[in-house]
Design a protein around this ligand. Structure first.
Ligand code: MN
Length: 280
């Protein structure tokens, strides 16, 4: 049995297929966790979702900002952007099945490996959240995404306020902080105030802001937090961190990380992606 974490696929189904071939991935033996942004920008979003559907329990997926954007467009609460590549999926005969599968996917996942926590999210976690709080917040959001209130939530989801966590937050404000941290976070202050403008690498930190994972006293520091989302950061592997978005859709690579018997045993496997788009 092998566990593989895979970074942002963004509709690059050919690269995903080649990566699984390279891994000699077997659904009866191995497990995949996709760290979100399964769709959009790349050429074959529907094919990615169909492939993951076919893998059944052998593949678990997180939802990223692009996946939620797809749900928003499908529900008529978001307009497709100029660079979106979602039209084929939205016109597909199995559209409803694909969208229904998508909304069932996770906002955070967790494994306990050799006595340590592996926490998996698309973008990040707030410094005040420990592993249990992160998973509880993700579960709150998952319940809404899977329930009858999805359309109302998608209407209310977009916005940058409130920009910080408070355990007393309720309703839409609470869900918005959770969804923004889990799917959009890159930089925050030492107090956990989130920035949503800077999208480049570490040198792009606004004054007073730092990468969420470098906030002193971050309560997930004892765990390994694996994430995607930040292609301009690239691959980073340190005891408390595993960044896996290597910019597949921007002409970079699609990365898988094989986790061994302990969280320190990591093997990086990547395939080049022929798809080349301008970042943004
Ligand atoms: Mn993302």
């Amino acid at each position: 049995m092998a566990l593989y974490l895979i970074g942002d696929v963004q509709g690059c189904d050919a690269a995903l297929g080649r990566l699984l071939d390279t891994l000699d991935f077997s659904p009866s033996r191995d497990q995949l966790v996709l760290l979100g942004d399964l769709v959009n920008r790349g050429p074959a979003s529907a094919a990615v979702l169909r492939r993951l559907q076919r893998l059944g329990g052998a593949a678990q997926s997180l939802l990223g900002n692009h996946d939620l954007h797809l749900l928003g467009v499908a529900h008529g609460v978001r307009k497709a952007g100029r660079r979106d590549t979602l039209a084929e999926l939205l016109a597909a005969p199995d559209r409803d099945a694909l969208l229904d599968w998508l909304r069932q996917q996770a906002m955070a996942l967790h494994r306990r490996i050799a006595g340590r926590d592996l926490l998996m999210v698309h973008a990040g976690v707030l410094p005040q959240w420990d592993v249990a709080t992160s998973l509880a917040c993700a579960a709150e959001l998952q319940a809404v995404l899977r329930g009858p209130g999805l359309g109302d939530f998608l209407h209310a989801m977009y916005g940058n306020e409130p920009d910080r966590w408070d355990a007393g937050l309720q309703g839409t404000a609470r869900l918005r902080v959770i969804v923004n941290a889990l799917t959009r976070l890159r930089f925050c202050t030492a107090e956990g105030v989130m920035d949503f403008d800077a999208k480049e690498g570490l040198e792009d930190a606004p004054p007073g802001f730092l990468p969420w994972f470098d906030v002193p006293g971050r309560r997930t520091a004892e765990a390994t937090v694996a994430f995607g989302h930040w292609s301009t950061l690239g691959y980073v592997s340190r005891p408390d961190l595993l960044a896996t978005d290597t910019g597949c859709v921007w002409g970079g690579c699609l990365t898988a990380v094989r986790i061994g018997a302990t969280l320190d045993e990591r093997e990086r496997i990547e395939v080049r992606c022929e798809q080349a788009q301008k970042p943004g």
